[in-house]
Design a protein around this ligand. Sequence first.
Ligand code: ZN
Length: 177
Amino acid sequence: MAILKIAQMGNPVLRRPADLVPIKSIKSPILKKFIDDMIETMREYSGVGLAGPQVHESLQIVVIEAHENPRYPQTPTIPLAILINPAVEPLTDETDEDWEGCLSIPDIRGKVPRYREVRVRAHDREGKELDFSVKDFFARVIQHEHDHLQGILFLDRMKKLDTLTYMAEYQRYWTNQ
Ligand SMILES: [Zn+2]
């Protein structure tokens, strides 16, 4: 496996809608290796999710996994999920505002409104169809990653920029760590 280079804000790949993955190619060795590399990269950089464009591949692939880590202490656990060509639909009008960060926007946090519950339809890495609903933190992460596939960054979703915070100040003022 390999650690992939992360595209940082300003890289045009982050602003392009990503291409659908042809279902027939999901189980190809190239894609299998790419997904393994995405997982490895997400873990290396303590991300809770990573989308294809963030590693310079304009493909609709998202990997998500969360457990307590230095970037996200006290984070709820999300078991490893691989979502290919995901469609995300809100199941409620209710939104929640909470802190987000992004490996493509290092050392910055901001409060972002997200739907509290969403329905997700996607394919897994075996090509199997998935259809499930998620709430709260998991729903937030999926909306963030799904946005990457549309060329949208979390800054675009902030209602106001007044919570924009550098990591050192975030840790100093906004966590109890
Ligand atoms: Zn991100």
